[in-house]
Design a protein around this ligand. Sequence first.
Ligand SMILES: C[S@@+](CC[C@H](N)C(=O)[O-])C[C@H]1O[C@@H](n2cnc3c(N)ncnc32)[C@H](O)[C@@H]1O
Length: 235
Amino acid sequence: MKHAVAQIRWFHRIDLGDGVVTPGEDDTPEKLKTLHLPEDLRGNTVLDIGAWDGFFSFEAERRGAARVLATDDFCWGGEGWGTKAGFDLAHRALGSRVESAEMGVLDLSPETVGVFDLVLFLGVLYHMRHPLLALERVASVTRRQLILETGVDMTWFGKPLIAFYPGAEAAGDPTNWCGPNPAAVVAMLKLVGFRTVRVVDRLAVLRAIARSVRQTLAARELFLISRYVFHAWRE
Ligand SMILES: C[S@@+](CC[C@H](N)C(=O)[O-])C[C@H]1O[C@@H](n2cnc3c(N)ncnc32)[C@H](O)[C@@H]1O
């Protein structure tokens, strides 16, 4: 198992048991704390959009979800930084029943995947060239609640604004297309049909400020992209 794990470039740190934790570059257990994912998901159906190695899908299953569907295309299709190998290995190692479908965000609809009680859209919005259209698709498959985690820009402005990154100006990654500010995320979520929207985990705001200061000092230019978590409900 350790050999197989070492062959893969992991994004998530997944505890596979027997002392094996996948060496992901993302501190996924730390990110989990910021999400305020319900402890008890028994009886719920969960959709994890842009699941990559599947940490959050497996976590939803561990919390009792009746059905979990993980979707992705960019990384799983091999165009991105990774592959589906990590998801598949973790799936086997954990004896998971999480389902998976290789499909893009804009292909999600009630006809293609159905509708889910809880939808996770984590670390994907800023990769979207058409963020409002993407959120329309996400809303269309959400029955009750959405948990959205995203990089945000221009956090200090109350007016809804979306930064556009035509090149690699956001963290050196050309797949980062947009940086909405929190007001824009809230406004877009309401536009696509979520009645209640709130930013969760105020500590995340403090961490974001510290991170912006660190990144600004490192890059020697003003860098205001930080991460926020939003909970949105259809009712
Ligand atoms: C930063 S990773 C986030 C993974 C996971 N959801 C998490 O929060 O840890 C971004 C994910 O978005 C997916 N994705 C979907 N559409 C994409 C696109 N057009 N460009 C880049 N990434 C995209 C990637 O394949 C990848 O799994």
